[in-house]
Design a protein around this ligand. Sequence first.
Ligand SMILES: Cc1cc2nc3c(=O)[nH]c(=O)nc-3n(C[C@H](O)[C@H](O)[C@H](O)COP(=O)(O)OP(=O)(O)OC[C@H]3O[C@@H](n4cnc5c(N)ncnc54)[C@H](O)[C@@H]3O)c2cc1C
Length: 327
Amino acid sequence: MDLTTLEALVQESVALKGPEPGWEFRLQALFPELVKLQEPLKRYTSIQIGGPADALVFPESEEQLATVLGFAKENRVPWMILGLGSNVLIRDGGIRGMVLRFTKTLNQFNLIEETGETVRLEAQAGVPLPKIVEMGKKQGWVGVEPLYGIPGSVGGALYMNAGTRAGEIKSVVESIKVMYQDGTIEVLPKSKLKFEYRHVKLPARGIILSGILAFSKGDPKEVQSRLAEIQQNRRDTQPLDQPSLGSVFKNPEKGFAAQMIEELGLKGVRVGGARISDKHANFIINERDATAKDVLALIGLVRDKVRDEVELRLELEAKVLGEDEPL
Ligand SMILES: Cc1cc2nc3c(=O)[nH]c(=O)nc-3n(C[C@H](O)[C@H](O)[C@H](O)COP(=O)(O)OP(=O)(O)OC[C@H]3O[C@@H](n4cnc5c(N)ncnc54)[C@H](O)[C@@H]3O)c2cc1C
């Protein structure tokens, strides 16, 4: 065996090892104010489900985030980002490694340019999207309409290319600032971003730090009246007063997931504390102390029925993350 092959094998076996034991305590000692150990994630998701994270970390600046990523690499700790948790189902066993969250810290936005026709703003990943939409509503920004009522963060909305039938966030994006795993930062103009249905493709695994969004100015009264209509429509068709994770399935190329599920008679079906909403068949609600296992059982049931009766495989829009509870 030559030296290069031997080195590669040694590196591979090091990489296969899990994180360095005791990493959580070392991380907490480094950032006592920013790290919570064994924190239940159901407190951070809109469906109020999710087991504990080994370490939930709230980096306060880009520099701190880079240091945390460096720590993760050195100690072989896996990590993931949690935005406002409005499109994730975290399994009952929780998440091994670090969960990074910005909504307490990297949560500022400011106007960078305003002319008679347009307004441009820079928003950090942790800003709740509804904050921007509210400002747009007051001032009459055209382009906020498809984002109205989406309860996520700017980072989550960009990552998911959030939107509705009326449009997606991509229409108002100028650029996205990303940090890669090695701590380097790149500003990606729209031309370098590949927006897809409920996803944006970045050149490599990265964390969205902020985005520049541009809206055109319209008549505030007209924008407000369109938003009032959208709000009423959401109230009439979505179970907004119950914990959920938004649309569970992506719409297939032809047709709508909600309509298919409804036509199969699945509205109102319950497993444990979870139930397919009576109001919107593509929403699963946490009716009473539901577990991720309950929700996953409903997801499985819908998928099986759609596969058998419509001969179609429904894809998940919501992200299912983490581990099952140990038996
Ligand atoms: C009542 C309700 C209505 C909804 N209506 C809509 C709708 O009309 N249209 C729509 O598109 N969605 C809708 N959603 C789903 C959800 O609000 C959106 O997908 C939202 O964009 C998710 O943002 P978040 O911050 O909650 O992300 P999370 O749910 O926390 O995360 C979603 C994904 O984004 C990743 N992510 C989050 N932040 C970052 C970051 N900074 N960098 C890299 N990756 C990141 C996470 O790792 C995860 O993979 C709805 C949800 C609910 C509960």
